[in-house]
Design a binder for this molecule. Structure first.
Ligand code: DX5
Ligand code: ZN
Length: 220
């Protein structure tokens, strides 16, 4: 079975010690660092902005996987690119012109990603797939960590895997929300190669991070 990459969501980290937390998950085997940016408008929660991304940047050499749940999104792309984001992932609904947004991320020298909410069909990718390096399937409704995995999204992961194979390009297929050692293998079997995990990475505190990440990779 494919061993997935793990992208811990720092939404579940101790916000008073974010730099240390990023160093700890990096040392514990994280492949990417997932940063959830929320605006209290596109989603009903507020988190962090580009200044925090910039402050965290020196704490890890791993790719920063920046998930923007903000609307409008275009006015902030440059700031996140300058702050050190490697992947910039946007939601089509955050609009107004997602195709142009993805091209702009590419122009900024970053890897563009598109994220599909649980209610958004795989078909949304038909005219976007050639523009992206990452597809992020939301297996919870965006806004909060610690929610229950929505199993219907496994079918979407399978459908998107087929679309990626057909594209002939390397595109990461990432799953976000409710991923734990029980749901991780289901996602991988359906075709995912990167798993975001907030609660399942950070539970138990720093002494548990390495075992938590190993368990998500299927070695626990
Ligand atoms: C939800 C975020 C997720 C979330 C994952 O809007 O995009 O990245 O933090 O948290 P867990 O792994 O706890 O479901
Ligand atoms: Zn996320």
């Amino acid at each position: 079975m494919t061993v997935p990459l793990i992208s811990p969501s720092i939404l579940s980290a101790d916000f008073a010690r974010l730099g240390e937390e990023v160093r700890a998950v990096d040392a514990a085997g994280a492949d990417w660092i997932h940063v959830d940016v929320m605006d209290g408008h596109y989603v009903p929660n507020l988190t962090i902005g580009p200044m925090v991304v910039k402050a965290l940047r020196p704490h890890s050499d791993k790719p920063f996987d920046v998930h923007l749940m903000i609307s409008p999104v275009d006015p902030y792309l440059q700031a996140f690119a300058d702050a050190g984001a490697d992947h910039i992932i946007v939601h089509p609904e955050a609009g107004p012109h997602v195709h142009r947004t993805l091209q702009e991320i590419r122009r900024l020298g970053k890897k563009p990603g598109v994220s599909l909410n649980p209610g958004t069909p795989a078909k949304m990718l038909d005219y976007l797939i050639d523009e992206v390096d990452v597809v992020l399937i939301m297996s919870v409704n965006p806004g909060f960590g610690g929610q229950k995995f929505i199993s219907s999204q496994l079918r979407k992961i399978e459908a998107v895997r087929k679309m990626i194979e057909k594209s002939g390009r390397k595109i990461w297929l990432e799953v976000d929300g409710g991923v734990d050692p029980q749901t991780a293998p289901l996602c991988v079997d359906a075709g995912a190669d990167v798993l975001v995990a907030g609660s399942a990475t950070f539970r138990g505190g720093p002494d548990c991070y390495a075992a938590n990440i190993a368990a998500l990779k299927g070695a626990g």
